[in-house]
Design a protein around this ligand. Structure first.
Ligand SMILES: [Co+2]
Length: 458
């Protein structure tokens, strides 16, 4: 996500408005899936869907039906034909196998690591016995595995999404595709122990951030659109925040995407223990603004969106209070050992500045205000639902719908007015402009820097 001056992102989790499905429900659901798999085999490839998933080409396929249409609560974790002898399972397509079934030893892939390359103290970190011992502590190990598990879920879910998102799909189908994958792979027994880290951002074109469809939104993805896919996964409150940009017309926006990918990787490269935030912003801006995009015979300089920024991440809090600028803003605050940062940059063909616009979908409880007194009954009961299901993790209106909440807008707006819940409106650059985003979550380990969410895609 991309905090502006308020910083937070969205998240959510799923839960069941109904109590967990009964065994009968589960069986019926599985039977239906298996039946559909059989039929699929018989009539191979209606719409050329014979794709692969995960790193193998042999992933079982299951029906993607639950990615379409309305978002129905119901069983999401499908232990489809899983080996029972302790051998690792394969991911399905769409992804529905919990990650613990694939990584049976619960060791998740380590992100991309690099050594700290500056400062006398930092140069020695990788081999420093004291620093190495820090990383072997139980506490550190658990934190790393939770973060790496979230990152692997992100990679597997986005792999399927990148292969299957196509113009003509409704935005709500795209959101469900990503969110149902995240729910299944993260195996959360409640929304708060693992699942969606914040609402799935699917911001289009001049909208840079914080758009996700609300109920009744009929927007359809167009071939000419530039879509930022910004989604989050959390495991025990450890949030992975990572985003990429999708386009569908060969080559048309490549220079814009190249600029932002390059800028984000620059921010990642510059980040480190004791580094000043303003210095990262300066490097990012220099790289971003060295690009231009030629579109319909006109040349557009790519600008950083100067009022968007990266941020540190705390348990259950997508914005921990430090902002990582993407221009030189003079902030001399330093990054510190052990911190988790979302490094994200935004490039634009517009003015490079966003404003609030359009219907709000993203909200989060204000971490400092959760206990404030609420008089209005509808607001009070809604606050209980929010507190119980999301805590301070960001959520969107669809997640409330999914929990069976109805006619909650008055209550929600009351909580916003009282400062108990913060709202995060969609953020737009100038009309007709195109904006792009890339984002990774990094961890400043005592010995090395780890880019947790790095994949072979970006
Ligand atoms: Co973010």
């Amino acid at each position: 996500m991309a905090p502006k001056k308020n910083n937070k992102k969205a998240q959510s989790k799923k839960t069941a408005s109904k109590p967990a499905a009964t065994a009968d429900d589960d069986d019926a659901f599985l039977d239906a899936l298996l039946e559909e798999m059989k039929q699929k085999k018989i009539s191979e490839g209606e719409s050329g869907d014979g794709t692969t998933s995960s790193s193998e080409s042999t992933a079982p396929e299951i029906s993607p039906d639950d990615d379409e249409g309305q978002d129905q609560p119901g069983p999401i974790v499908v232990d489809l034909a899983l080996p029972t002898d302790g051998t690792p399972a394969k991911q399905t397509s769409p992804p529905r196998v919990g990650l613990s079934k694939i990584f049976v030893d619960r060791r998740y892939p380590v992100g991309e690591t690099s050594t700290y390359t500056y400062g006398e103290e930092n140069l020695k970190r990788e081999t420093d016995e004291e620093k190495r011992a820090l990383e072997r502590s139980k506490e550190a190990e658990q934190k790393y595995e939770e973060l790496r598990r979230g990152a692997e879920i992100h990679r597997q879910v986005r792999k399927y999404a990148r292969e299957h998102i196509k113009p003509g799909m409704k935005m709500v189908q795209i959101a469900n595709m990503i969110e149902n994958g995240t729910r299944a792979l993260s195996e959360g027994s409640s929304l708060k122990d693992a699942g969606i880290g914040f609402p799935t951002g699917l911001s289009l074109n001049d909208c840079a951030a914080h758009y996700t469809p609300n109920k009744g939104d009929t927007t359809v993805l167009k071939a000419s659109d530039v879509m930022k896919v910004d989604f989050g996964v959390h495991v025990n409150g450890r949030i992975i925040d990572s985003a990429f940009t999708m386009t569908f017309e060969e080559g048309k926006y490549d220079a814009l995407l190249d600029a932002v990918r390059d800028a984000t990787n620059t921010g990642i490269r510059e980040a480190g223990i004791d580094v000043r935030l303003c210095d990262i912003g300066a490097q990012v801006q220099e790289v971003m603004e060295s690009y231009e995009l030629e579109l319909n015979g006109k040349t557009y300089p790519i600008k950083c969106i100067r009022n968007l920024n990266g941020h540190n991440i705390l348990p259950y809090r997508i914005h921990g209070g430090k902002s990582v600028p993407i221009v030189n803003n003079g902030d001399t605050t330093k990054m510190e050992e052990g911190e988790v940062f979302a490094i994200e940059t935004f490039g634009s063909t517009g003015r490079g500045h966003v404003v609030n616009q359009g219907e709000i979908s993203h909200y989060a409880m204000n971490a400092d205000m959760g206990n404030a007194p609420v008089r209005l009954n509808s607001a009070k009961s809604l606050l209980n639902v929010i507190n119980k299901n999301f805590g301070t993790l960001p959520f969107c209106r669809r997640y409330l719908d999914r929990l069976g909440q109805d006619k909650y807008l008055l209550g929600l707006n009351t909580l916003v007015r009282q400062g108990i819940v913060d709202e995060y409106p969609p953020l737009y650059d100038s009309p007709g402009s195109y904006t792009a985003q890339y984002e990774h979550t990094i961890l400043l380990r005592p010995t090395v820097k780890e880019v947790l969410s790095r994949g072979d895609d970006y």
